[in-house]
Design a protein around this ligand. Sequence first.
Ligand code: 16G
Length: 245
Amino acid sequence: FTATGFDDPGSGPLYLQLQRRIAEAIASGRLSPGSSLPAERDMAAMTGLSRVTIRNAIQALVASGQLVQRRGSGTFVAQKVERLEQALSLLTSFTEDMSRRGKSVDSQWISRMIGAPAPEEVMALGLGADEHVVRLERVRRSDGLPLAIERASLPTTVLPDPGLVEGSLYLTLDTLGMRPVRAVQRISAANLGPRDAELLGVSPGVAGLRIERIGYLATGRVVEFTRSLYRGDAYDFAVELKLAP
Ligand code: 16G
């Protein structure tokens, strides 16, 4: 970025001119996905613009999802995501969904543990006194791109040891004869907090989708209570509707 070209009074506010220039550099590939932007102070020196102007231009590009800000490490060009259409009427696993699309799955573990259930886990899983839960917290990635954070809770009577899950939870449950055959799913809007945004490689405050799934065996026994945060810029959920009787 150079100091030239910012003096044309007909081109609108300075921050908009800079915003346009950065957007063009991203579109043309001169600034590639994942690359970092110079610090605000250095950009001010390069362009001769004030730090407030630089900040305004960057904030606008962060809000539109073209740039991502990470606490402590700076501002980066956002990774391009291709939106995925996900059917809502089928009970599939993340691994199956991605393999069907010919994509690789590599999930990043955040934590796996056994503990006493929180009140909402007791409610959702219908736990009795003294029952414990296994908690699996993962960032689900496909072709290296983080798409969702999943926090699954299961009774230890369903999954006795969190270490049994290597890759696919549903595959593990299948081998234990505990794979859900029915589920109730709720979707609501959520703005991603700083920690979750960081895990997903997006800017804090961007739109996400909160999805809760409660999975049942044919007997009606609850096996899974999973709370997920999906990237709002990566998913379209689709469902076929029929006429009401
Ligand atoms: C899906 C499910 C999640 C389930 C997971 C198992 C949604 C919103 N969530 O991501 O509830 O635990 O699949 O995936 O669809 P896995 O077998 O690949 O671990």
